[in-house]
Design a protein around this ligand. Sequence first.
Ligand code: KG4
Ligand code: ZN
Length: 343
Amino acid sequence: MIILGIETTCDETAAAVLTRIADRIQILSNIVSSSQEVHVKYGGVVPEMAAREQIRSIIPVINAALDQAKIKPQDLSAIAVSFGPGLIGSLLVGVETAKTLSLVWNRPLIPINHLLAHFYANWIQGQISDIRSPTSDTPEFPALGLLVSGGHTDLVLFKSHRKYQYLGGTRDDAAGECFDKCARLLNLPYPGGPHLSRLATFGNSARFKLPVPMRNSKDLDFSFSGLKTAVVNITASNSFDPQNPTDRSDLAASVESTIIAHLMDKLNQAFQRFKTEHILIAGGVAANYRLNQILRELQTGKTVFIPPPKLCTDNAAMVAAAAFFNPSLNDPLSLQVNPSLRL
Ligand code: KG4
Ligand code: ZN
């Protein structure tokens, strides 16, 4: 089986070709073109500009994915596309392109939920990060899943590929959003997560005391807006000088460690409740180095899967990977985008 994946939910235009031989899913090509530099000067994604860049990039990106994989359209078993959630203009470009190619090439179309796709980066072989236990290189059910991206923070219990139970999610901002907004308060460029993390490297996380959200709550929800307000208050106070490199890196370190502490609190609570052998981490924030370090320490008694950084952030390989396990075929003409699709 060979699947072409297409991903255009936000500011990345991506196409990838993956193959499944027996139970092993492998990448033949994985092309990602980002319009990030267009948005940098606005401090965030401008939806109309993102959609315009999607239109510009989609055909060259798909061609590059097929060329690099040395695959012709006739070799494809199916075309998979993220149909939500995301920015409506960006989504339309990927979905309408996929519908057209499905009709012209006479190949089945597989609509994929972008949030679910993030988890499937953990099923891709040959992309194993060193965190993965060598005795077990494919996730098994039941598995606990934590999605930490720019727009979502969700905990899920996977019972099988098609069956999962939603356990909790953020009540306000997402983890990535919190990284990005706090980075903006420190005048770091968009997207701020990786920049804030770099600045935090030499900081003292104990200096600025930030509250770890929802420490005493028994549910599996998250909240990041209070943390952001606490950071606003610190940056406006006399104890913080925005020009002082030590102040900046100390605050960045506090922000990063508090976000991670909140994620780990809820992940541990969920683990205590469900005690699954496998845990799947997914989404852009999963690329965070310190989060990776802490998850590595959690390894005993369970296997934690984290995709390599390139497969944590938005890509089409995860979309194609998800399609191997969720082959719900759709009439190409009836598929509609769903900007507010949930898990
Ligand atoms: O999954 P993703 O690529 O896009 C969405 O579907 O939202 O996630 C993007 C988010 C951004 O908020 C970005 O700042 C964050 O992931 N991110 C990071 C790191 N790399 C990306 N946050 C913290 N540390 C990182 N190394
Ligand atoms: Zn995403």
